[in-house]
Design a protein around this ligand. Structure first.
Ligand code: FEO
Length: 394
């Protein structure tokens, strides 16, 4: 792929993965993704920021050759995950004089994943700088957005912040900068929901920190670059804030229609009260859409059929995911139906350990819902509506 100039002597040299349809063996990536690698030619030294995924190394080497690079002095690893470093060993073979510049945590992980020798590394700390001659690179250690090793790289003279996964999106595009803001917003939100939401407190910290920098361009390691940084920074501020929306998310699974009848009834009652409801049938739901919906919602209601003596595995899986991504959800409930007795409510409640949410009114019934069961769902809807009102959800 041809190098794309960003500013004088600064190039995008990454790989556009148009075909990638799933990330982390979990989240669909309907728009593909990019592995962004950046080349900076200083007056004295040349540096590559990040590499590309496993199997794409030949493309990167060819792109560097097209950019006229015979020697590299440094390869900066902002993060050890293999979609950024999988090709690092081959790049080091192609450019044997290059040193890997990273922090101590990332070095440890890189040695563990890629078995790179000790002498290949230069270890940097927070605020350390490296001069390329006419350009200066500053390192900002930013742990837990989303791994413990993450750091940002700031190119001072050009005011470009390379943020690695932070502020990124899985969005394959031949364009360097964001063109379609709406489409990009949704891809970035999908990305935030899976990758960054579990670390909301650290996201807020890093947003505050970069607010003090002069930034003309944000260059993440996935998706297009931002020449209007406020676009993604304001979105992140909103998503990571404490405020929740007047929304109820209902991921559900129903084997024979009883749980579905309950879900649909609850949804109708809530809608009539002006609460926005989003249903996700877990048999067919896109996990990325479900996670995106969790970014803002005040309440989650898990709809779970019983299977044998416990929750249906799809409900178990969704509850595990809910707990893992730690949304700012304030209220959680469980509804569903069983045949001959089970411990679904206890099992699912016991799984919610990471979220500081109030558990309200589980409605778990035997068989198809009857008049008194619909009344219980009415009471649950009233409870949710009143809780949202007390919080001032909009
Ligand atoms: Fe894009 Fe955490 O890897």
């Amino acid at each position: 792929m041809a190098p794309k100039p960003i500013k004088k002597n600064i190039y995008w040299v990454g790989y556009i993965d148009w075909d990638r349809r799933v990330f982390d063996s979990l989240i669909p990536t309907p728009h593909g993704t990019t592995y962004n690698s950046y080349l900076i030619k200083g007056s004295e030294k040349s540096v590559l920021i990040e590499t590309v995924d496993f199997g794409k190394e030949d493309y990167l080497i060819k792109t560097l050759q097209m950019a006229g690079i015979e020697n590299l002095d440094y390869i900066i690893a902002n993060h050890a995950e293999q979609d950024h470093t999988g090709s690092l060993p081959k790049i080091l073979d192609a450019y044997p004089k290059a040193k890997v510049v990273t922090n101590s945590k990332c070095k440890d992980l890189l040695q563990s994943f890629l078995m790179l020798p000790e002498e290949k590394f230069i270890v940097v700390k927070d605020n350390d700088e490296i001069s390329l001659g006419d350009k200066t690179i500053q390192f900002m250690i930013a742990p837990w957005v989303h791994w413990p090793d993450t750091m940002f790289t700031y190119l001072k003279e050009d005011k470009i912040l390379f943020t690695c996964d932070f502020l990124g999106s899985h969005y394959a595009t031949s364009q360097l900068f964001v063109l379609d803001e709406r489409e990009l917003y949704l891809s970035a939100k999908r990305y935030y929901a899976e990758i960054m939401m579990p670390f909301r407190t650290n996201v807020v910290k890093q947003l505050q920190r970069i607010e003090n920098l002069q930034i003309e361009i944000i260059a993440p390691s996935h998706g297009p670059l931002y020449n209007d940084p406020s676009l993604i920074i304001e979105a992140y501020k909103d998503w990571s804030s404490d405020s929740v929306k007047n929304q109820v998310i209902i991921p559900y699974v129903s084997m024979h229609g009883s749980t579905k009848a309950m879900v649909e009834y609850l949804s109708e009652v809530l809608s009539k009260k002006g609460v926005e409801v989003k249903l996700f049938n877990l048999e067919i739901a896109d996990a990325g859409e479900l996670l995106m919906s969790l970014v803002d919602a005040a309440t989650v209601v898990v709809g779970a059929s019983a299977m044998l003596v416990g929750p249906h595995p799809l409900a178990y899986n969704a509850t595990y995911l809910l707990n893992a991504v730690r949304p700012k959800t304030k209220f959680i409930s469980i509804i569903g139906s069983y045949g001959w007795g089970c411990n679904t409510v206890e099992v699912l409640k016991g799984m919610i350990t990471n979220i500081k949410a109030e558990i309200i009114g589980p409605v778990y019934i035997k068989g198809y819902p009857k008049e008194e069961d619909f009344k219980s769902l009415d009471r649950l809807a009233d409870g949710i509506y009143n809780k949202h009102k007390e919080l001032g959800c909009k």
